[in-house]
Design a protein around this ligand. Structure first.
Ligand SMILES: C[S@@+](CC[C@H](N)C(=O)[O-])C[C@H]1O[C@@H](n2cnc3c(N)ncnc32)[C@H](O)[C@@H]1O
Length: 397
């Protein structure tokens, strides 16, 4: 196993203490990194299994584009093309097939695809750190539905959010799950460092089951800074998640007077949720902003809601290089809003996660200033290309 998941260049000196801010080094300890390695390997093996089931290995043998595969294997072109593309890019990154330079890419097999059992890796994770298993369960759930979504027989939403699956999501969006908690931790630290002094009002978007808010309260409490939160408006689109989040936040009676909850759709004008212009010190979200159907619209709403000097902080999975896969996409790419937002040629060329440069360009286009990415992925990615978690954001001038 490599030092950081999926990284061929991870063989070499350990530069974590050099490349990461001191306060983050302990988050990326060997235990966490090994769990990243396991989940990446697990997703790779699931992806191999799906490609094999689709039976286009014979096409790969002579070289084939995504469009040609979709047409010849009888898949739903709209749903299947981005999914097939993602699976093949992953297989190419892992060296089991080759990707041509042209556009569109032509993928070619390097002989038979390896037969690798995902269950082996899940067992290894269970022995290493069972707390991270919720990420494996979600990936397995997605894998079960891939063929149905690609054939147009089911929507990703029904595959991932059926009544039987909700518990798996609550286990995943949790501070007990180290593979998710890292985003909450980085986000909370980024807000603590940027909340304008002395106090300020915070709006959380896409607050889900509340693990991001709880991590933030814990971080502020540990720093003796809870009083700096003038008010915290916890919002979410899904009524089910909102109720769950409200219940989770009830565990913080010390904040009761400052906490409010509301349904807020980041694709709709924020004033519909009672958000007043220039009223907020921080707009915060954990892995929510990239879901915006039209990122320019949502950034405009956020900028309007922030007071001058106010800050947007989004803890996000960040794509280190354009076109490179991020393992979490294996699950979320099943969802149409994730894979098919409104595109922009420069900063939103594709659905899913954005690179630091795309975030910066999007922030600037929306009239924000002082964009940041923390930790500094552009510095980290050459050495650790699988490092994909960071807080990105910018200030309202
Ligand atoms: C990655 S989850 C955040 C999880 C959360 N941090 C937690 O602790 O549970 C992203 C959240 O965004 C929500 N979401 C999706 N589309 C949205 C929209 N248009 N407006 C607001 N929230 C949305 C989802 O329901 C989900 O709860």
């Amino acid at each position: 196993m490599s030092l950081i998941a999926g990284s061929a260049s991870a063989v070499g000196p350990d530069l974590r203490a050099t490349l990461l801010p001191a306060e983050l080094v302990s988050l990326f300890d060997d235990r966490f990194v090994a769990s990243c390695d396991f989940i990446e390997e697990y997703v790779f093996r699931l992806a191999l299994g799906i490609v094999r089931e689709l039976e286009f290995e014979r096409l790969l043998a002579k070289g084939v584009t995504v469009e040609e595969i979709v047409a010849s294997v009888d898949l739903d072109p709209t749903a299947a093309a981005p999914l097939v593309d993602w699976l093949l890019r992953l297989l190419a990154e892992r060296g089991v097939i080759a990707r041509g330079q042209g556009s569109p890419s032509r993928f070619r097999g390097n002989g038979d695809l390896p037969v690798l059992d995902p269950a082996e890796i899940e067992q290894a994770q269970a022995a290493h750190d069972p707390a991270a298993l919720p990420a494996f369960r979600l990936a397995a759930l997605a894998a079960e539905g891939y063929l149905r979504v690609m054939r147009g027989e089911a929507a990703g939403e029904s595959v991932l959010f059926g009544a039987d699956q909700i518990a798996a999501w609550f286990e995943y969006f949790s501070n007990q799950n180290p593979l998710y908690a890292v985003s909450n931790d980085i986000g909370a630290r980024a807000v603590l460092a940027r909340l304008p002094r002395p106090r300020g009002k915070i709006l959380e978007i896409g607050g889900g089951a509340g693990s991001g808010a709880l991590a933030l309260f814990d971080r502020f409490a540990a720093a003796g800074a809870l009083e700096r939160i003038e008010s915290y408006r916890f919002t979410e689109l899904s009524p089910l998640f909102l109720r769950r989040g409200q219940r989770a936040l009830a565990s913080r009676p010390d904040l009761r007077d400052r906490l409010t909850h509301a349904c807020l759709d980041i694709d709709r004008p924020f004033d519909e949720a009672g958000i007043k212009p220039a009223s907020l010190a921080v707009v915060y979200g954990v892995n929510t902003l990239h879901v915006a159907r039209d990122l320019a619209f949502t950034l405009h709403e956020i900028r309007t809601a922030l007071m001058p000097g106010g800050v947007l902080v989004a803890s996000e999975c960040v794509r280190p290089f354009p076109g490179r896969t991020v393992y979490v996409e294996f699950v979320f790419a099943l969802l149409e809003p994730f894979r098919a937002p409104v595109l922009h040629p420069v900063w939103r060329p594709n659905g899913g996660f954005l690179t630091p440069e795309q975030w910066f360009a999007a922030f600037r286009a929306a009239g924000f200033a002082e964009p940041f990415v923390w930790p500094d992925i552009p510095r980290i990615r050459e050495r650790y290309p699988a490092f994909v978690v960071a807080a990105v954001g910018a200030a309202r001038p």
